[in-house]
Design a binder for this molecule. Sequence first.
Ligand SMILES: Cc1cc2nc3c(=O)[nH]c(=O)nc-3n(C[C@H](O)[C@H](O)[C@H](O)COP(=O)(O)OP(=O)(O)OC[C@H]3O[C@@H](n4cnc5c(N)ncnc54)[C@H](O)[C@@H]3O)c2cc1C
Length: 376
Amino acid sequence: MHRVVIAGAGFGGLATAAALRRAAAPSELEIVLVDRRVDFVMGLRKTWAALGMASLAAGLRPLRRVRDVDFVEGGIERVDPAGRSLTVDGRAIDGDALVLALGASQDMQAVPGLAEHGLNIWDREQSEPARLAIDQVVGGRRLLIGIFGMPYSCPPGPFEFALLAHDRLGPEVQVSVSSPAPIALPVVGPIESAKVERMLSDRGIRFLAKRQPVAVHAGSVEFADGSSEEFDLLLAVPVQSVPDLLVAAGLAEAGGWVMPDSRTLETSHRDVYAIGDCTVVPLANGLALPKAGIFAELQGEVVAARIIARTLGREPGAEFGGEGMCYVEAGGGRAVKVNGAFLADPVAVSISEPTSANLADKVEFERSRLAAWFAG
Ligand SMILES: Cc1cc2nc3c(=O)[nH]c(=O)nc-3n(C[C@H](O)[C@H](O)[C@H](O)COP(=O)(O)OP(=O)(O)OC[C@H]3O[C@@H](n4cnc5c(N)ncnc54)[C@H](O)[C@@H]3O)c2cc1C
């Protein structure tokens, strides 16, 4: 029987496993899913939990309940792409195909002082400390949401956080977002990005562009251009990078990302695929495909179809098209829909008006996936 090994049970790994299982019964295909965590929660829950809007727990699902897979809990220490093999807590696990869905590593140490003076709102372990700290922010105080490096997972996420924080804390708290980028969302282009910047300015939220942090001190962030920004609470989106073990495996350059084929997601090793946040897919505008769960999912579905085709002795035809959408909350119980054809030339992205129907669709986005991926 064919065996597929999936490294990482996050958004991409779970979507791959589900798509493989829809196409092949347990008697036809063995799926081994490996993660060091015992449970999964979607990124959007981190924002809701930090802002006291909903609990993390309501969106947590145990990985042992993923439908019809062999779940292995353990730390992956080594990836051997030539052997389509992982070393997990000292044990080798190999397959006929290997899918690498290891996400991005986060580094709170990359900027001196950040770990001491800021909280990582992209880390689910810090959602509760962030909630407690946000509870202490009262009128006249300054909340700074700092983007510490590019690229990062979920490009609109920090702006969504700022809009929801403004709703939560009221206009007496000064909310600001700093970014190393010249506009809020470079990948969608200046016209669509301006819509997000307008949503911020309409509420008095400051957007500090072209601010690359170089150090954090008690109460202030110092930027590369010599400017600095004072805060009472600093919430950080930290520097993110490809996991070291993918560099050690020769699949990415240090400081770079895995670059599989943009359409097939196959790496330079046959039957070894890389998807999601650990990869970079270059776009016609010179930028990269946004790191988003929806793309990890769509890529996982393409990879699953290609693996199934090969197990049946057929030439794989499925290709990643780069078309995807996400919902970004705008506050006031509404969300915008970001729709894009990212592999088109030119890249075509549109941001809708905020509606309550979009917010309902965002809630359904989480519900439908958890229902499809997990039993019970
Ligand atoms: C606040 C926030 C909000 C977001 N909202 C949205 C949204 O609304 N829509 C959207 O599309 N995207 C959203 N995203 C982005 C989305 O969460 C990511 O793009 C997505 O999770 C990437 O999927 P992935 O499979 O590549 O990586 P991940 O989901 O990060 O999964 C990687 C997995 O690999 C495991 N792993 C890593 N290294 C090892 C190791 N050495 N050994 C064992 N296991 C390992 C990790 O434990 C993890 O489970 C959001 C992100 C954040 C932070």
